[in-house]
Design a protein around this ligand. Sequence first.
Ligand SMILES: *Cc1c(COP(=O)(O)O)cnc(C)c1O
Length: 428
Amino acid sequence: MKQMIKDMYKQMGISEEVFAFCEEILDSLAERFAEIDKTAEYNQMKVVKAMQDNKVSEACLLGTTGYGYNDMGRETLEAVYASIFHAEDALVRPQITCGTHALALALMSNLRPGDELLSPVGKPYDTLEEVIGIRPSKGSLREYGITYSQVDLLEDGSFDYENIKKAMNEKTKLVTIQRSKGYQTRPTLSVTRIGELISFIKGIKPDVICMVDNCYGEFVECMEPTDVGADMVVGSLIKNPGGGLAPIGGYIAGKKECVENAAFRLTSPGLGKEVGASLGVLKDFYQGLFLAPTVTAGALKGAIFAANIYEKLGFRVVPNSTETRHDIIQAVEFGKPEGVIAFCKGIQAAAPVDSFVTPEPWDMPGYDSPVIMAAGAFVAGSSIELSADGPIKPPYAVYFQGGLTYEHAKFGIMKTLQEVVNAGIAAL
Ligand SMILES: *Cc1c(COP(=O)(O)O)cnc(C)c1O
């Protein structure tokens, strides 16, 4: 069997040296992978239980058209999400176009003119800068008279409690906490740490709304931020919770009032959750959610595998090879553009779709340097599928995530190593 697999990798362009190097690293990861499998097992039961408790039936998999009144499948799915997150209610819709939209919706619907938004964990994800109005933008919160304040993390990554307390005032209405590091180098927040921060904030102002940007964090741990006091969690269905099958969508789960506000903003005052046809996507939403715990586990194993390979070769990796994981993103710093480009070529060459395409750096709107992206996905732009990207600027880091199966994530990383070795950027 081992020989058969080796031969197959050879046919797929993996040399014997790369294969042997990877196998040796994998031997050392068995214990960590077993731990990830335990988390997936727990979360798989959590999802199945939520589906059973809410009596998901065959009829739920069908969709509605037009107004979408009495859409049983949609309403049941929202109840399933609420159960999984131990929340009062949820909004899960194909009309929410992406993660940024879900976050913008949660913010715009729960804030009013004169309110202040606080980020106690530093700068939020790039696309939120325009939502908030940090960078001037049409329709931003700022245009509606909603102010913003930010407290950065301390040098060592810990919360700056003193300045968070100072930043909170009578106007502070909503606190946004980003779980994942996104494209920064700070550590990702564990659910436990998020809970500590929320306790501190509620201790100062009990009625402030605590929202967590949960992108890339779903099902990585057994707990979610709503289990430790978050009033709202928000995310994208073309990341973890869509399990690779959801073709579009976003969710907001949390306090009934918060979710209701979001629904009235998404559709219309007076209509709220009552309208919004689910069209034909419900089966994929349900099935993707069902698969999400194991898909997330596969992606996590791929990230840990990559960290161990590239750390051993002398590159800086964030998180490092032994750290516990709280999201599925892996950064590798190559220190030169050729490394980022070779890595992305490897990911592209491993894709099931568009594997014959060669990714090149290009100038993208909103970025101040050329960016290279690799993805050959079934769902365009889906980053729960094997994907990588990196801005061509120091420290020349590439960000890697996803893989619908562990086997595919593994192959993708092996391809990156092959490209990196072929380009003479590292020697085994
Ligand atoms: C992906 C992401 C977003 C935005 O989601 P899009 O679907 O790309 O709009 C926001 N926050 C974080 C932390 C993310 O990872």
